[in-house]
Design a protein around this ligand. Structure first.
Ligand code: SF4
Length: 206
């Protein structure tokens, strides 16, 4: 059994894909896009280690209140086996949709060992490096070069393009979690961006 090393968990998110979503950010990325909003997600260091089966079990329990799961990072494809275990479990045990953010292009993912399997389990892939000079301040893409791939018929392009670009979530203990994309010209938000993270996450609770 593999373990996924997460950077962050946001159990209810409305700015990381259609509807209310359970969002997770993987820890670790070696792609090094200049201007990445979330350098905290880059180190391959233990942060929130979770067996994918435990995450799937929680999603199964909570699926009546969710539209889907969103997986972001960091770079999810750099924990490919755990990613496959997670999204295949979601597909097998829930009716949730799957949105995946990756810094790799579709062609790069197709060429990876686990890439075709991952692509067969995902509804929407938002793919490509973040390019700071082409930064966007709306929608789900961090920069204009990134591509939205509708891999199943579950969503349309307007469904994806109409998603809020950012959100602030107030937790039961009063803590704030910000996720999404900062408008151009604002510089780096303390918190996070679609490139891609949350400033604060809950501690994983089973
Ligand atoms: S923008 Fe995404 S792919 Fe690029 S360095 Fe940051 S986390 Fe990695």
């Amino acid at each position: 059994m593999s373990v996924v090393n997460l950077h962050a968990v946001l159990p209810r998110s409305c700015a990381n894909g259609p509807g209310t979503r359970f969002a997770v950010w993987f820890q670790g990325c070696s792609l090094g896009c200049p201007g990445c909003f979330n350098p905290e997600t880059h180190p391959f260091e233990p942060r929130i280690p979770v067996p994918p089966g435990e995450l799937v079990a929680r999603l199964e329990r909570e699926q009546d209140r969710l539209e889907g799961i969103t997986v972001s990072g960091g770079e999810p494809l750099q924990q490919a086996e755990a990613l496959v275990e997670l999204v295949s479990g979601v597909r097998a045990r829930t009716a949730l949709s799957v949105v995946l953010f990756s810094g790799y292009s579709l062609a790069e993912i197709e060429a990876m060992r686990f890439g075709p399997v991952v692509l067969g389990l995902v509804d929407v892939l938002i793919a490509g490096r973040y390019i700071h000079s082409r930064r966007l301040g709306s929608g789900l893409r961090g920069s204009a070069n990134q591509r939205i791939h509708l891999l199943t018929g579950r969503y349309s392009l307007p469904d994806i393009e109409s998603c809020p670009s950012a959100e602030v979530v107030v937790g039961p203990d009063g803590t704030l979690t910000v996720s999404g994309i900062a408008p151009p010209g604002q510089g780096r938000v303390t918190t996070t961006g679609r490139e891609k993270a949350a400033s604060r996450t809950e501690t994983w609770t089973r």
